[in-house]
Design a protein. Structure first.
Length: 683
């Protein structure tokens, strides 16, 4: 332990804690979650540092200005977490997300576990650099930092504070109170170590075996199976351990099974101990009980941890479940690393070719570039690239070299037809030494110099994208197994880039889906919060005001109870439609939650916005439901609260609060009204 770490700890309110126990735990939980975490006091001073410092933070804190900005961000996130008594997540000045999990030790001491320093999108890092040109780190160092950035899917990031809250907080409290039980301490420490593989131990089967041995010792587990989903959507035991390993190793569960659907929906462990229920899912009399724990990665349940013939307490099941999810991320990282190593096969040439094709976005140019690089890779003269249409179940030529493309443009090959069709059907590469000697070979091949031929599938996971066909080695020799493996490795990159090209064309639509509330068609709360933050920054930078509406549907619960939830959905859609029809194209309409909507009106003062608010109010009042679940004579009204930034509020949270208070005043005055914050009159 360094002097600095020991010194900060010993001068803190925590000097009576078993530092060795916390140090081991801190290291294990940080490695398991693969993020930096540190302990701070209520004033924002670090009392126990992180053991894995973020590279951007390490670079910026050398500068006094950025060190102060980090300190302010920590104070803010810690203060909010302690005030609310719950985890607080915040996007700091670098656009990285950090979180604070509150820890109350006694009436006098409150702490926070702060962690994160993660980006949800690499573009946020570049945006930070664009807005801070004076960062002064130099291009080489910035490139190194970018290569080391922590980029996490949002679901994976937001799950980490929950693990901290459920595991680290109780552990720290027990250490402080000196009331932790030796068995619980030993269980937690050992499980963390079992699910945090060392760099030297990358074999998945060994990790699973180590986990079973740990579970068997800690919880007296009888038998365990770890199920992984195959390409057909069936969960099969990857490994099985224990007394019933022979029986459970033959058991499978289709993704369509009710038990799997339920677990994927609730994302929580399930228990089965009735013989009827167990037989229903294919387990015989030897199995008397079953705990199923999902191993989730983002939105996908990639595996199932199944515990058989063992009575495990709910507390211990929840603990094992939390760690199972983290372990699944470790395993996924190992799997991806293995795939990359296998594909690349240590050939730098592939990396160079990938860098050539990666910047190409035009789809037609991309087809030609991929084919050209494939041909060059194995020293050939001719080839074609064909894409697969799932609807028509056919292949069509998109690029050709050494063959007149106009001859091939109208050609459609069905799945199973010829070599290309067979490659699509089977999903495997094919190498032919002499095509005329093959049963499917053509005799009339005068336009080809040799009979050797390679056909490689283009696919992402199990989904087919197309086929690359290569013929005629420049030297006249036949294609080798090495050629086929090299092309197959390249096809992985080519498939990813082609897929990216498809998504690039769909970017606007995908972005719209990601930020839109599916029921009403207006933007969702998350996107609203991002836009509100941008508007606050723009207002401060250019000294321009903006106005915020908070809109609530009056007596929505009465309508919902009277006519049903589907009718309630109609009401929400109707109100959203009225608001969108009234506001300007630059205004942001969002569903804030439940029956509440909000509108951001850029560069607009409160007084000027009242005209728009009144149009919304009257538009809703005049709206009628025709041919729906709600009678046409049923009236609908809204109440609206208005606040202006920065006149009524100087920070983002306060502008929402002030508009909300104005809305409450409108409700209190009889509903179907508009109320400005801090103005006595209402409309």
């Amino acid at each position: 332990m360094s002097y600095e770490k020991e010194n900060t700890w010993n001068t803190s309110p925590l000097n009576c804690i078993d530092i060795t126990a916390w140090e081991q735990f801190h290291s294990n939980i940080s490695n398991l979650l693969d993020i930096s975490i540190a302990v701070y006091d209520a004033k924002g001073f670090e009392v126990y540092p992180s053991n894995r410092e973020d590279s951007l933070y390490a670079a910026l804190k050398e500068n006094a200005k950025y060190r102060e900005l980090y300190q302010k961000a920590y104070v803010k996130v810690i203060t909010r977490a302690l005030e609310r008594g719950e985890t607080y997540i915040y996007r700091c000045f670098t656009n990285q997300y950090i979180f604070a999990v509150p820890v109350t030790l006694d009436n006098n001491i409150s702490l926070a576990i702060v962690g994160g320093h993660a980006y949800l999108d690499k573009s946020d890092y570049r945006k930070f650099l664009d807005e801070n040109e004076e960062v002064g780190l130099g291009i080489p160092r910035l490139h190194d930092i970018e290569a080391d950035l922590k980029i996490l899917p949002s679901r994976a990031f937001f799950a980490k504070p929950n693990t901290i809250r459920n595991i680290a907080v109780p552990f720290l409290r027990n250490l402080y109170q000196k009331g932790y039980y030796e068995r619980e301490y030993f269980q937690l420490k050992t499980l963390l170590q079992a699910t945090t593989p060392l760099d030297t131990k990358k074999d998945k089967r060994e990790i699973y075996k180590n986990l079973f041995n740990t579970l068997a010792v800690l919880f007296d587990i009888d038998s365990v199976a770890i199920m992984e989903k195959d390409e057909q959507g069936i969960y099969r035991p990857y490994v099985a351990f224990g007394r019933k390993s022979d029986t459970i190793s033959k058991w499978t569960l289709p993704e369509s099974a009710e038990i799997v659907k339920m677990i994927k929906e609730i994302r929580k462990p399930a228990r089965y101990d009735g013989s009827f229920d167990l037989k229903k899912i294919g387990l015989g009399n030897e199995i008397t009980s079953l705990h199923i724990l999902p191993m989730s990665i983002c939105d996908d349940v990639s595996g199932l941890l199944c515990i058989f013939n063992t009575d495990v307490s709910k507390k211990n099941i929840n603990l094992i479940s939390l760690l199972a999810n983290q372990l699944s991320m470790v395993i996924e990282g190992i799997r991806r690393e293995e795939i990359i190593k296998k594909r690349v096969s240590g050939l730098d040439t592939l990396g160079e070719i990938y860098r050539d094709i990666a910047p190409v976005l035009n789809q037609e140019e991309l087809y030609d570039t991929i084919l050209e690089r494939s041909i060059e890779l194995v020293g050939a003269e001719k080839g074609s690239l064909m894409t697969f249409n799932e609807k028509s179940d056919t292949l069509s030529v998109k690029a050709a070299r050494g063959i007149n493309k106009s001859i091939l443009e109208g050609l459609k090959i069905r799945v199973g037809e010829g070599i290309s069709g067979m490659v699509v059907e089977k999903g495997n590469p094919v190498i032919v030494k002499d095509i005329e000697s093959e049963p499917f070979g053509r005799k009339n091949r005068s336009r080809y110099k040799t009979g050797s031929f390679v056909s490689i599938p283009l696919k992402v996971d199990s989904r087919m994208i197309g086929v690359i066909n290569i013929s005629d080695k420049i030297g006249g020799e036949v294609f080798s197994e090495e050629d086929m493996h090299l092309l197959f490795s390249f096809s992985y990159y080519a498939s990813v880039v082609l897929e990216r090209g498809t998504y690039y064309r769909m970017t606007k639509e995908l972005k719209t889906i990601a930020v839109t509330d599916s029921l009403t068609g207006v933007v969702n709360r998350r996107y609203f919060q991002e836009r509100l933050l941008e508007e606050v920054e723009r207002s401060r930078r250019y000294n321009e005001p903006f106005t915020l509406f908070m809109i609530d549907i009056d007596d929505f619960k009465v309508l919902n109870d009277r006519y049903g939830h589907l009718a309630g959905d109609e009401v929400l859609r109707k109100v959203a439609h009225v608001i969108r029809d009234v506001v300007r194209s630059i205004d942001v309409v969002a569903r804030f939650g439940g029956e509440e909507f909000t509108v951001i009106l850029p560069n607009t003062r409160k007084k000027a916005s009242i005209v728009t608010a009144e149009r919304i109010r009257t538009g809703v009042e005049l709206a009628r439901f025709m041919n729906g679940r709600i009678p046409p004579e049923e009236s609908l009204t809204v109440s609206i609260g208005i606040a202006e930034f920065p006149t009524d509020a100087s920070v983002i949270e306060d502008i929402i609060d002030k508009a909300d208070k104005a809305l409450y005043m409108a409700k209190a005055k009889g509903k179907n009204r508009i109320r400005e914050y801090s103005v006595n009159a209402y409309y």
